[in-house]
Design a binder for this molecule. Structure first.
Ligand code: FHN
Length: 464
């Protein structure tokens, strides 16, 4: 595979002066590389960094909203931020095992940990740059995390912030992204420099290579770009992508080395062209009709990615399970976040919710893993649909349909069978070839979970 990719790179470079972007591969090679991710469906996102110790409070002032943005929201300069945050950040050996074990229990098939967030603090050893957890706290958090993913058999994802509010060469002026006011003022006083953004891009590539050389990854979650600040001009995107695929040709990457409407909360999001990344990343938003191509919704449990001590706006278990089903039935993946505390402890409510999802997934995961989107033209008032191969549908009942009868605009080559997924209880089903309607009597089912699943086995005839 790697030889094919490298030859493809060579062909690309010879054929056009364009920088090498994402892998040049056939559709079949792309499908093979994406297979585990497309089938895996459900991942855990982990936001852990210096901000976790601050927990939404800095210099005695509380900041609502995204706790991992507290330096930008407070305007603290680098020295103030380090002075306040470092003593409160107390990573504990063994915490990563707890995170990944919880992900496994919840039914996640992959995990994505912030290896570095916008504060620029690396959770892995970065020789030549001391602002990292190994130097400061004696623990390479990413080392322990990758080992835990291996131990529990989950795919290893790493989030890699390309934004860096504290690196001396990072130049925020091109990005228009919120930047710690204190650092701008320090630069005005000549106490810090930026503007040599090319040197920052070199640092970014060096640091990314250090990450890859010491840790095996299956997925990179870049974050994030703006229309005015993206790609090679902002980050040296081609070099970063090449570094990834030279080392791990089967790895997967998201689309955020380039700007995209990830934060859009209405309408139809644009799919990602493959040279910009492998999938689109709607955030805190479930596209009502999905997105063409591969896509993944990232979502929090309570509105903030990093740990916030005062935030108790937790979602309900039912709400989260239905979000998972909504996403998967529309053809997407669901990446659900935890924000561990200062020492890596997972907040009790996060543990409860993930375990609750795990209990539902243990009984119904067959209807999620390895499935593809609802094959029908629209959704149904009673719930959602997924499809597995040519001859299996899964119907997720959020509520009883009118009259206790599900009507599907489908007929089947032979007599189909319908059963309750959890125990195989048979349900009455009939199809009417003249009307093209299949009816399933679900009146006997009690809707005693966020989604009760009916398995429909039969080879669907092509839609008339
Ligand atoms: O700025 C980050 C934010 O802190 C968080 O990491 C999210 C997760 O998708 N990404 C960026 C906002 O889009």
């Amino acid at each position: 595979m790697k030889k094919i990719l490298l030859l493809s790179y060579a062909a690309l470079l010879l054929a056009a002066p364009l920088p090498a972007q994402a892998p040049v591969e056939t559709a079949a090679q792309h499908d093979s590389r994406m297979q585990w991710w497309r089938d895996g469906k459900f991942g855990m996102f982990i936001h852990y960094g210096l901000y976790s110790g601050l927990a939404g409070e800095l210099e005695g002032k509380k900041y609502d909203g995204a706790a991992e943005w507290i330096q930008a929201h407070s305007g603290a300069d680098f020295d103030t931020y380090k002075r306040e945050a470092m003593p409160r950040f107390t990573p504990r050996s063994g915490m990563a095992d707890e995170w990944v074990s919880l992900a496994k229990e919840a039914g996640c098939t992959y995990v994505v940990l912030t290896s570095r967030h916008h504060e620029g603090f690396n959770l892995f050893e970065t020789p030549g740059y001391d602002f990292n957890a190994k130097t400061c706290n004696g623990i390479d958090v990413v080392d322990e995390y990758v080992a835990a993913c291996e131990k529990y058999g989950l795919k290893t994802g790493l989030y890699f912030s390309i934004i860096d509010w504290n690196h001396p060469d990072y130049d925020p002026t091109g990005s228009g992204i919120s930047y710690p006011k204190g650092n701008l003022e320090a630069a005005a006083r000549g106490e810090r420099q930026f503007g040599n953004h090319d040197r920052y891009k070199d640092y970014l590539l060096t640091t990314f290579r250090q990450l890859l050389d010491s840790h095996r990854v299956d997925l990179i979650w870049w974050d994030f770009s703006q229309p005015t600040f993206e790609g090679d001009a902002a980050w040296g995107a081609s070099r970063l992508m090449k570094a990834l695929f030279d080392k791990y040709p089967m790895a997967i990457q998201n689309n955020r080395l380039y700007a995209s409407n990830n934060l859009q909360h209405d309408g139809v999001m644009q799919p990602t062209p493959l040279w910009k990344g492998d999938y689109t990343t709607p955030e805190h938003y479930i596209p009502p009709t999905g997105i063409d191509g591969d896509w993944e919704v990232c979502q929090t449990l309570n509105g903030t990615w990093g740990y916030s001590a005062d935030n108790d706006r937790w979602k309900s278990l039912d709400e989260l399970i239905r979000e998972l089903v909504d996403v998967v039935s529309r053809g997407g993946n669901f990446l659900l976040n935890i924000g561990p505390m200062a020492d890596g402890t997972v907040p009790a409510e996060s543990v409860r919710l993930f375990r609750g999802i795990g209990a539902w997934m243990a009984a119904n995961g067959e209807a999620v893993y390895g499935t593809r989107a609802n094959p029908f033209d629209s959704e149904f008032a009673w719930g959602r649909v997924t499809r597995k191969g040519p001859d299996t549908l899964y119907l997720f009942l959020y509520a009883q349909p009118e009259g206790g009868i599900i009507e599907l605009p489908a007929t089947f080559a032979a007599e189909p069978a319908a059963t309750r997924l959890t125990d195989g209880m048979p349900l009455r089903i009939e199809q009417d070839p003249t009307t093209g309607i299949c009816r399933i009597d679900v009146s006997s089912l009690t809707i005693d979970s966020p989604a009760v699943v009916v398995k429909l086995s039969g080879t669907m005839n092509a839609a008339e």
